[in-house]
Design a protein around this ligand. Structure first.
Ligand code: NCD
Length: 321
């Protein structure tokens, strides 16, 4: 299978999905699908980024995003470095920019950056040298573009490529969620008109990111007949105390359990970016049940990140495979 050359042409960094056109987003999903389904995908692509080096700079904890970027870079043959602030010189007062420049000086061209502050990854990208690519692995509540790409790949595998009639419900801590903001952006780019968002008032977005979506606080009404439910983690680390008055109330009104899932379309699928708070936003039998795609999302994450790294670091290579 081949991909037309130059999917990444003109793409310098991936900071938000606004850096992509709908066509380049689709090309990334197509390429990720190739990586995902290739029978020898752990070994067959190790020439693509041979000689390149990729560094993860994580100013905030991560399990899935961090390890899948690492595996993705390794499966493309790149050298991989990783820095957690807790263990690097950033803890000694070095600025984020100096950390980036130092590693850049070692010949690293690809940076995967997660930061608790909105806009911090774009600021770092503004200080990067001309040959350096920066990928946003999540900045505050602002954006998480590769999560949205893997969510779209997962939805496409389950529901087909035509998103125009898809009804998607996003539920939970929307206010603090970069995942929700990027997912809505991606769904719109793919032509999905049926986006519903459901959260208690205190967790509804306080910005314009979700304008145009159907917004409600009534989960039972919102879930009726939807094709996909994207659950979000309650992000207590981004909240002031008291935003959610009672976890019991939250569970009662916003936990996805088998009864509520029964109100969705019969073949509805369930997504969650992880990490999940079992029995807070999602019941275990749903998270582990037949309609859950949570582990497929994780598997797709590696493939999507391979596609993004390739597009940014080796956009002109011959990708016949
Ligand atoms: C998400 C994140 O960090 O934005 N996790 C992830 O990347 N899979 C969601 C979350 O932490 O709730």
């Amino acid at each position: 299978m081949t991909m037309s050359k130059g999917v990444g042409a003109g793409l310098r960094h991936l900071l938000t999905l606004a850096d992509l056109t709908p066509q380049s987003l689709l090309a990334l999903l197509d390429r990720a699908q190739v990586f995902r389904t290739h029978p020898h995908n752990t070994t067959a692509f190790r020439h693509l980024l041979a000689g390149h080096a990729v560094c993860g700079l994580f100013f905030e904890p991560s399990t899935r995003t961090r390890s899948s970027f690492q595996l993705a870079a390794q499966r493309l043959g790149a050298d991989v470095l990783h820095f957690d602030v807790a263990t690097s010189s950033a803890g000694k007062g070095e600025s984020d920019v100096d950390t980036l420049r130092t590693i850049e000086a070692m010949g690293v061209q690809g940076f995967v950056v997660r930061h608790p502050r909105e806009g911090a990854v774009a600021e770092l990208a503004g200080h990067a040298g001309p040959g350096t690519a920066v990928i946003n692995a999540g900045d505050g509540r602002h954006a998480h573009p590769t999560q949205a790409l893997l969510d779209m790949l997962t939805l496409r595998q389950a529901k087909g490529a035509d998103f125009s009639r898809l009804r998607v419900l996003i539920v939970g801590d929307v206010r603090h969620s970069r995942v929700a903001r990027s997912a809505v952006q991606a769904l719109r780019m793919l032509g999905c008109a049926g986006i519903r968002v459901c959260a208690p008032e205190a967790l509804l977005p306080d910005d314009e990111a979700l304008a145009g979506s159907e917004i409600t606080q009534d989960f039972d009404a919102a879930i009726a007949s939807v094709d996909a439910v994207m659950m979000l983690r309650l992000q207590r680390e981004r909240m002031q105390d008291g935003v959610v008055a009672s976890l019991d109330d939250y569970r009662r009104d916003y936990r996805l359990d088998a009864r509520r899932l029964g109100l969705a379309a019969p073949d509805a699928v369930v997504l969650h970016p992880g990490p999940i708070n079992r029995e807070v936003e999602i019941a275990s039998d749903v998270a582990d049940g037949p309609q859950s795609l949570i582990l497929q999302q994780v598997a797709n994450g590696v493939a999507v990140r391979m596609a993004v790294l390739e597009a940014l670091l080796a956009p002109g290579t011959d990708r016949a495979e």
